[in-house]
Write a protein that binds this ligand. Structure first.
Ligand SMILES: [Zn+2]
Ligand SMILES: [Zn+2]
Length: 343
């Protein structure tokens, strides 16, 4: 089991996960060698199912074969038993077990297909799988926060080239999420509205950073973009928790996401990226209840963040948390709007 350490000064958690250093690092996605539909060494390929830990969930195609598969991460950042312990080791050095879950969503049986290349119906299956697993993980009140994310390309941290996402269940609500929750609940208390809905309204009126509005989703380059070509995808209809998404809404989201990824590839090439689902914490969480919970469903708003990883984080970012973004989001939106993508 991994260890969560609390930074008293920064008010943040750090995961100490020595086992993860043993992960295999296979061919990066950006490399031309990934041309076969199947690779013998790849544990995510058809026919190699026995190379992964036992399957948790699958979506089957009409022929009965799997089209999406969920398995435990072999090198979990969170998982294993919970000793119930917040047990501080000594006054300022707080720790607890990194209990929770760490799952891998294999997006396609095809070794060389990337998320952007998958048919929309397959992306719908992937998104629905995330919702199914998030609901299952949130049934456990020890899972305070469920994070779904994807690293594409070695520079973004992907260790296997076969297209996959990851889902983490954490025993704490991370500080970054907490801060956004506090902001959202304060805005709701003052204005009686969701701060994200209000922001969307302003962005749609300003138009400069909107890339497109499609099937109930708004795709935009956020005003406060940290990275060149950062993109956010918001559902127009207010909802705090992605896991409650209705089946039909996944169609619109799949289309918006595929088109956003296609625009990025058209504009920047096959750059490494991180895709993050920002969503509400588990309302059933037993260890993490505080004031922001009361208005959670009204004040918070889920969305996907797409972060191209072309800029390296340097001294300013690490030293101060201040990001230097060399491409104004207005310019990024203009370029991404003009990109050619399938209808
Ligand atoms: Zn593979
Ligand atoms: Zn909202």
């Amino acid at each position: 089991v991994t260890e969560l350490r609390r930074s008293k000064i920064r008010q943040e958690w750090v995961v100490i996960a020595a086992d993860r250093a043993g992960r295999p690092m296979i061919t990066g996605l950006g490399e031309a060698s990934v041309t076969e539909e199947r690779s013998d060494e790849c544990p995510f390929c058809v026919g190699s199912e026995s190379m992964t830990p036992p399957e948790i969930y699958r979506v089957s195609g009409p022929d009965g074969a799997w089209s999406v598969r969920v398995v435990p991460n072999k090198y979990p950042a969170f998982g294993g038993r919970n000793d119930g312990g917040r047990s501080p080791r000594s006054g300022l050095l707080q720790r607890r077990d990194g209990s929770g879950a760490h799952e891998v969503v294999i997006e396609t049986p095809n070794h060389r297909m990337r998320l952007v290349d998958l048919p929309e119906s397959q992306i719908v299956a992937v998104l629905e799988t995330i919702a199914v697993r998030a609901r299952a993980l949130m049934a456990n009140p020890e899972h305070s926060y469920v994070l779904a994310f994807k690293n594409h390309g070695r520079e973004a941290g992907a260790s296997l080239s076969h297209s996959h996402l990851q889902i983490l269940a954490m025993p704490v609500v991370p500080e970054a999420v907490r801060r956004m929750l506090s902001t959202a609940s304060a805005h709701y208390d003052a204005e009686g509205r969701c701060v994200f809905c209000d922001t969307l309204e302003e962005e749609l009126r300003a138009e400069a950073r909107v890339i497109e509005e499609i099937d109930g989703f708004v795709v935009l380059a956020p005003y406060d973009s940290r990275m060149p070509f950062e993109v956010a995808i918001y559902p127009l209809e207010h909802a705090c928790d992605f896991a409650t998404i209705a089946g039909g809404a996944c169609n619109g989201l799949a289309r918006a996401l595929k088109r956003a990824l296609g625009r990025l590839r058209f504009a920047c090439g096959d750059v490494p990226y991180t895709l993050v689902l920002q969503t509400a914490p588990n309302p059933r969480s037993i260890s993490e209840r505080y004031d922001a919970w009361k208005t959670l469903t009204l004040a918070y708003h889920w969305r996907f963040e797409l972060l191209p990883r072309t800029a390296r984080l340097g001294g300013v970012e690490w030293g101060t948390g201040v990001h230097i973004n060399t491409v104004p989001p207005e310019e990024a939106a203009r370029v991404l709007r003009q990109a050619e993508v399938d209808a």
